[in-house]
Design a protein around this ligand. Structure first.
Ligand code: TYD
Length: 139
């Protein structure tokens, strides 16, 4: 449903640095970057959508938050709290983000430009699209 990527950290007495480049340690060519902060109150729930095609690597560059991931059959919660770790999510995963710390900054690296047609914003539509694709695969 997801993969956690541990980035190479260049750290010394000056602090730490992570560089993300297309290649062996990054799963796709980055076409878009966006970031989210100021997510108060902490129990706010963002996301609540899936993508038809988009792949993303999500990094909590400051603070922490929870990602609830759902593939139409099961649900898992992933807690992100390190800028050295990326949460890799492919298409057809329903996601909700919550439990934000006050200093939380979430950076998202995306494989495609912004396209509202790629979003599934209704959970029942998501379930029926996933079921249809599973049926098509087993035919
Ligand atoms: P939205 O996808 O609803 O955010 P989230 O799922 O994290 O709660 O996006 C919020 C607004 O930002 C919405 O008006 C669309 C706009 N937006 C862009 O213009 N470009 C982007 O790349 C993204 C992700 C959102």
């Amino acid at each position: 449903m997801y993969k956690l990527i541990n980035f190479q950290v260049h750290g010394n007495y000056q602090g730490n640095l992570v560089a993300l480049e297309k290649g062996a340690d990054f799963p796709f060519e980055i076409r878009r970057v966006y970031y989210i902060w100021g997510t108060t109150p902490s129990n706010m729930v963002r996301g609540k959508h899936a993508h038809r095609k988009l792949e993303q690597v999500i990094v909590c560059t400051s603070g922490s938050c929870d990602f609830i991931l759902d593939n139409g059959t099961s649900r898992e919660t992933v807690h992100l709290s390190s800028p050295a770790q990326g949460l890799y999510i492919k298409h057809n995963i329903w996601r909700e983000f919550t439990n934000f710390s006050t200093d939380c900054v979430v950076m998202v690296l995306a494989s495609e430009h912004y396209d509202e047609k790629d979003y599934i914003r209704d959970y029942q539509t998501f379930l029926s699209e996933v079921k249809q694709q599973q049926k098509a695969k087993t035919k």
